[in-house]
Design a protein around this ligand. Sequence first.
Ligand code: ARG
Length: 471
Amino acid sequence: MSKEKKQKSSIWGGRFKTGPSNLMEQFNESISFDKTLYSEDIKGSKAHAQMLAHQNIITHEDFTAIQNGLNKIHEEIANGSFTFKVELEDIHMNIETRLAELIGEPARRLHTARSRNDQVATDIRLYLRNQIDQLDTTLKNLQKNLWKKAEENTQTLMPGYTHLQTAQPISFGFHLAAYIEMIGRDRQRFQDCRKRVNECPLGAAALAGTSFPIDRHLTAKLLGFKKTMPNALDAVSSRDFALEFLSVASICAVNLSRLAEEIVIWSTDRFNFIRLSDEFTTGSSIMPQKKNPDAAELIRAKPGRILGNFVSIATILKGLPLAYGKDLQEDKEPLFDTQKTLSISITIMSEMIKDMQINASAMRDALQRGHPTATDLADHLVRKLQKPFRDAHHISGNIVALADEKECALENLKLEDMQKIEPELDESVYNVLKIDAACNARSSFGGTAPDEVKVRLAEAAIRFNLHDEGD
Ligand code: ARG
């Protein structure tokens, strides 16, 4: 460890004889990651300065100088000419120091009635609000692509599964429409979370408010926040809004992973229900025939990271006394990583859905196995022969066993063979054993019958606003 005496911080060095050690500097810094917040930090500072001027705490000339200086810094960071310095610890001090270089004294008045504690809380809230809005657009886009594929495939029949065993005939469109609903709930959860993100902590200062005559409602308004946080101590301490974002993101990632897994299964050569485009698959370095669904597998794996990020912040917050503790600096990387991971996963899923080709004949072939109309046979026995459902289930099961014995589909059994099990059966049984009839018959609200699916898709498009200008 270097023992050389370091320069004291120009921002908080007053009561120190020396600066922190190199090791401490490395350990303590956040600039390597919180520079992500530069735009939000500048926005927050401008609003704060405007309010200070409005309240006559600083002059209007100072405000103008601060605003121009901050605009210049925004430009420098955006075009890559800004030099971030580790010795300036974080984004707040990097910007403030540069501002002083650019405009001199007015920069040193900016931090009046403010602390990095309320500043950073404001930055994260602005960041998350913006990210939630972007995620909503991305999720909606995924819904649109699912919707389009669903609409094209309301008559494309495939086995519906329970326990991944053939259950009943459904359409591929019906299956995709299930995900439109799931993603819709993810969007709702993000919107709900957004309400609690969209509250303004600025002006809470270090923890207890300030003796300057600030107007917290004005800064809240300038930054587009819906509400001013009513307790300063809570405003700087709480990160439950970030935890909530991570929990919603975790649920969303988990939902995506289910679709990803189905894509992996459907694209195996055993199923062969879909073909993924070359863009979202990779080859093997040894097996020339391979086309691996890497994109779907990665989406399947990402909840590991995102749930890890949730646990990370939950653990940081657990038992943390009010108000600020440096522990809270550790909230950023899990948040940034979650946003990045989730956003790219949704986009890739969306593109994969758009590009995938559907193999309708393989889906139909699969319906020839596993007796997907056995329930329809039982229902027929109830309707036609007034059997109690439990008895009908039993008889249908015996007929399934007979078909297995003869290695044929139910609809290929001879009537006289079926009559040995249930003498009252007649020719009309063949109507219900047909795959298409079985699918069409499930026309109850939310069922798989193509006409019903079309109605529900039309309604979903309105409910989720999927036919907007973006189409
Ligand atoms: N870099 C810090 C963070 O991310 C900013 C707040 C520092 N506040 C303090 N009292 N040291 O949390």
